[in-house]
Design a protein around this ligand. Structure first.
Ligand SMILES: [Zn+2]
Length: 298
């Protein structure tokens, strides 16, 4: 009777494997005739039991000598796999970073490089929490509204959020509405394409709401962009130099419908403190004062 015999099928494959097995320097053969690794002393060859049924004994199994992996082989394979995965992850992050539209100057923005002071410590904590709980934020379509004076670090911290998420492989786009409007108006890209591309990002950061031109056209586009994000229940972070009071007391419908969308899904965080630029100017002033004082005692 011509029944299927796994043993016969595997014999050739096993023999081929044994023939092609590289013997490493230091490897030796043990008393059972098996090749053993000279480094970890685990067998690199072994017997396996393979079914070889006969009419008389359908359960018959025969030992078949095959190659196998020693600990070094397993560790090398795992390391190669991890290196390959790391490389893929890096490539993915760098592709995402490119697609994020982030300005060069914010590429290196990180929470750890953020200058913490009494004014921004809480905001820093909240933004880190936003990153840590990002899945939940997406599920709840929860975004942030970072508002406050020019130069208080709103855009920088938004870039920190973006970079932290990009490092985790989350697609983020960080762009200004002014820039988006320029692109739309230039006719380079269709508005619907731009919106579609943005909506493929898990998070979009709209920098500097309120800096766009106040034409009907511009405000209509800004509304469309923000509204489409809102409708798809995808979170956004908005930064603005406007105050909450200014936004809340706005009566012009062209603006209020934009702000209403933002208020509905973005948790407001106020940024206060002396502007970083002012601080830098102050310290330069103090430095000069000190220099002049030192030199002025003669
Ligand atoms: Zn080994």
């Amino acid at each position: 009777m011509n029944q299927f015999n796994p043993y016969e099928m595997m014999q050739g494959i096993a023999a081929n494997g044994l023939r092609n097995q590289t013997v490493n320097p230091g490897d030796y053969v043990d008393e059972d005739g098996m090749l053993v690794c000279g480094v970890c002393h685990e067998r690199r060859q072994n017997y396996i039991q393979v079914s070889s049924p006969t009419d008389e004994d359908p359960e018959r199994k025969l030992p078949l000598k095959v190659t196998c992996q020693c600990r070094c082989d397993r560790e090398r394979e795992a390391a190669e796999k991890k290196a390959e995965e790391d490389k893929k992850a890096m490539e993915r992050v760098s592709r995402l970073k490119k697609a994020s539209l982030m300005d060069e100057k914010f590429r290196e923005a990180t929470f750890s490089a953020f200058r913490v002071d009494k004014d921004n410590a809480r905001n820093l904590k909240l933004c880190k929490r936003f990153v840590d709980a990002f899945d939940e934020m997406v599920a709840k379509n929860q975004g942030l509204l970072l508002w406050g004076d020019v130069g208080t670090g709103k855009t920088y911290i938004a870039a920190c959020v973006a970079n932290a998420l990009l490092e985790k492989g989350v697609p983020v786009v960080i762009t200004s509405l002014v820039k988006l409007l320029e692109i739309i108006q230039s006719g380079e890209d269709r508005e619907s394409d731009i919106i579609a591309r943005m909506n493929s990002a898990k998070l979009v950061i709209f920098d500097d709401l309120g800096a766009e031109r106040s034409t009907d056209y511009a405000l209509e586009k800004v509304y469309n962009i923000i509204d489409s994000r809102y409708r798809r229940k995808l979170p956004m972070i908005v930064t603005t130099n406007l105050t909450i009071e200014e936004m809340k007391s706005e009566t012009d419908r062209r603006y209020t419908r934009i702000y209403d969308r933002v208020f509905e899904v973005c948790y407001p965080m106020q940024f206060t403190g002396v502007s970083w630029r002012k601080k830098a100017a102050n310290s330069r002033f103090k430095e000069m004062e000190r220099l002049l004082d030192d030199g002025g005692d003669g």
